[in-house]
Design a protein around this ligand. Structure first.
Ligand SMILES: C[S@@+](CC[C@H](N)C(=O)[O-])C[C@H]1O[C@@H](n2cnc3c(N)ncnc32)[C@H](O)[C@@H]1O
Length: 189
């Protein structure tokens, strides 16, 4: 029998740089409610194995910019589940164009999967409070289907709040749920 989100994420939730158990379980329940869920994840980490288990039997693809983290997590889940991306527009560069939604640059990669075919996307990268997640969030909006879900973590930070306001709310996304530092939005249909 499939393990519950609580069983899967106990021991992972609440660790440094991770989501809390509550945040993980809330998002996992949304994923589990979608049949044949196609799940795109920005960022790998100690939770990558867990996300594959939550979405077992369905496609889960991870996008990551840090080569060391790609190697580390590829050893756990297989290289074929992780694709390399580059974030080339700094948050400061986006600020210089007045946080314009039309001026965000998609992350650079071969054959980008930002094709409107994904049911859910999780924006938990790139790392750190200094970069900002405008590029990954923008790519997530291109990636998900109408009515698809995007969760973004670390929304206690001003930069992530700006990203949500401009790139999600400004594009008609509806805030479905807010759990601690995690926000879950639904794309317009
Ligand atoms: C906020 S971390 C995401 C951490 C991940 N969700 C986890 O459970 O560990 C975002 C980025 O930091 C790097 N990273 C992953 N795990 C990390 C960790 N435990 N500590 C520091 N950086 C990590 C990766 O480059 C990842 O894309």
């Amino acid at each position: 029998m499939a393990r519950s989100p609580e069983e899967i994420f106990t021991g992972i939730g609440g660790q440094p740089n991770s989501c809390s158990l509550n945040e993980y379980c809330s998002w996992a329940r949304h994923l589990r409610s979608i049949a044949s869920c196609r799940f795109l994840v920005f960022g790998v980490g100690r939770d990558s194995v867990a996300w594959r288990e939550v979405n077992l039997g369905n496609p889960t693809l991870f996008l990551e910019n840090n080569k060391d983290w790609i190697s580390k997590i590829a050893a756990e889940i297989g290289q074929e589940h992780i694709r390399s991306v580059r974030y080339e527009q700094s948050y400061e560069d986006w600020e210089k164009v007045s946080f314009s939604a039309d001026r965000v640059v998609s992350p650079a990669m071969d054959n980008p999967p930002f094709d409107g075919s994904w049911d859910c996307a999780f924006v938990d990268a790139p790392w750190g409070p200094t970069f900002g997640r405008h590029q990954s969030t923008h790519a997530a909006t291109l990636a998900v289907k109408p009515g698809g879900l995007i969760a973004i973590h670390d929304c206690e930070r001003e930069r992530e709040q700006t990203v949500c306001r401009v790139l999600l709310e400004g594009r008609g996304y509806n805030l479905l749920e807010e759990v601690e530092r995690l926000r879950i939005y639904q794309a317009p249909r």
